[in-house]
Design a protein around this ligand. Structure first.
Ligand code: ASP
Ligand code: MG
Length: 469
């Protein structure tokens, strides 16, 4: 079997849902289990409804609710033969309104109640998608994720309890799959052991897909979105950015951390641990092969797999008062970072100073005050981190020279450098105003146009990576 997960934009309206039905139909032989997000943008509006109600503005909450109801009913009426779901959808919408009124009456919104509100998004979408599948001739069956995904009570960011979750998923889905039915589950949602709805954190539908895939030993997991997969760099910076065909899990994580937003690899851990390849695919262009993320990817044919750029970085320079940094200095320094829940993106140390690159959106006043007893602190804003990711970087002689020569040719000055202990990245900090030029120069150098896509399509590329049908 395979897992096919469709994100919010892939189910945003009737036309999108019909497209999804067509894609699933084409994969019917592979015994798909389908996981869906809420209709695109609806989780955000559920958050807004809950907040409005909690702040005592029930009319605003109900206005948003009416818009949401109208949207769902319009989508449903745009779907062929889906009247069977109408009653359920209306019932859910009514229950949502009751919850909102309850929140307004109490004037408070606990994480537990917020999860209750948010769970309506995926409940609604999964029921509607299952109905649309049936109307399209698929033998689909709706499965309530709250009965299968058992989580801890850490509401709004709940973590699955894998033992009961795996057992329940297997027993809920096995028979259906044996009878070639297509189970449809809402992503993102689950319930605690006592049955209270919970959510896995925003964007958690990918996590759901990985959980379901790992529980059932899927051949592969497909994450269907509205992009071609992961690209060699941001296509807004380089027009000739191209699709990465296959990438290792750690490389993908590194890219996500430094700005690639397609997927949150941490959520794929259950899949990667079970050695299940994960494909990122485009529901608007189902023919494209997308990107395959797997535990261990074959070497790339290019020096690097991709280049990421993270703008809005700040550098903190801390100069120790004495000539040599005393032992214990770094520990004290990082204790301050820990106190402020700030994890550095990049760290350089010399004998007398430490430079730390951090996310520039953070207000660092309090942090700087706490750092002052350690030495002279200087803050530099307007920086950017460029991160080149590839496999086996550490083992290659001359690779740094190659990178920095390309950057130097673009007349870009470098402030900090790090070659990751992970062996898979080289990162450096530059002026934000130089960032685009630097990335363009690097991309042109390492991904010359005449070269084929990253890892040419060939049988060996997809070895261990069940091919996309
Ligand atoms: N609907 C949820 C969200 O918007 C989960 C997801 O789409 O993955 O965060
Ligand atoms: Mg998402």
């Amino acid at each position: 079997m395979i897992v096919m997960k469709f994100g919010g934009t892939s189910v945003e309206d009737a036309a999108a849902i019909a497209r999804v039905a067509g894609i699933v139909q084409q994969h019917a032989k592979q015994k798909p289990v389908v996981v869906v997000s809420a209709l695109g943008g609806f989780t955000d509006s559920l958050v807004a409804m809950a907040k409005a109600a909690a702040s005592g503005n029930l009319p605003a909450a109900l206005k948003l609710w009416r818009a949401g109801r109208q949207r769902h009913l319009a989508v449903l009426s745009g779907l062929k033969g889906s009247s069977a779901a109408l009653e359920q959808v209306q019932e859910l919408l009514g229950a949502l309104q009751d919850v909102l009124r309850g929140i307004a009456a109490l004037g408070e919104l606990s994480p537990r109640t917020q999860d209750n509100v948010l769970s309506f998004g995926e409940m609604l979408s999964s029921i509607m998608v299952a109905a649309a599948f049936k109307a399209a001739g698929l033998d689909a069956v709706h499965i309530d994720s709250r009965q299968c995904i058992v989580t801890d009570t850490n509401h709004t960011k709940a973590i699955p309890l894998f033992e009961p979750t795996n057992a329940r998923l297997r027993s809920a889905l096995k028979d259906h799959l044996a009878k070639n039915r297509v189970p449809v589950l809402g992503g993102f949602i689950g319930a605690t052991e006592d049955g209270t709805p919970s959510t896995l954190g925003r964007g958690g539908s990918d996590f759901s897909a990985a959980i379901v895939g790992a529980a059932l030993g899927a051949r592969r997991i497909e994450i269907w979105t509205d992009v071609e997969g992961m690209l060699t760099t941001d296509p807004r910076i380089c027009k000739d950015a191209r699709r990465i065909e296959v990438i290792g899990f750690e490389e993908a994580s590194e890219l996500a951390y430094f700005g690639a937003k397609v997927i949150h690899p941490a959520t794929l851990i259950p899949a990667v641990e079970s050695n299940i390849p994960v494909y990122v695919l485009n529901s608007r262009n189902p023919e494209s092969k997308g990107t395959c993320i797997q535990a261990k990817a074959p070497h790339s044919t290019t020096t690097f797999r991709a280049i990421a750029l993270k703008k809005g970085t700040k550098i903190l320079n801390i100069k120790a008062p004495r000539l040599l940094i005393a032992h214990g200095f770094l520990r004290s320094l990082f204790e301050v970072f820990e106190k402020h829940s700030l994890s550095p993106d990049l760290v350089n140390t010399s004998e007398v100073s430490v430079s730390v690159a951090i996310d520039g959106s953070r207000d660092v006043k309090a942090l700087v005050n706490d750092l002052r007893p350690l030495g002279v602190v200087e803050v530099e804003s307007g920086k950017a981190i460029v991160c080149l990711v590839g496999d086996n970087i550490r083992g290659r002689i001359g690779i740094c020279a190659d990178v920095f020569q390309a950057v130097a040719k673009a007349k870009v000055n470098i402030h900090m450098v790090s070659q990751g202990a992970s062996e898979i990245n080289i990162s450096f900090v530059i002026e934000e105003s130089d960032a685009v030029r630097a990335v363009q120069a690097l991309h042109a150098h390492f991904f010359p146009e005449e070269q084929l896509p990253v890892s040419a399509v060939g049988d060996d590329v997809y070895a261990g990576c069940a091919g996309v049908a």
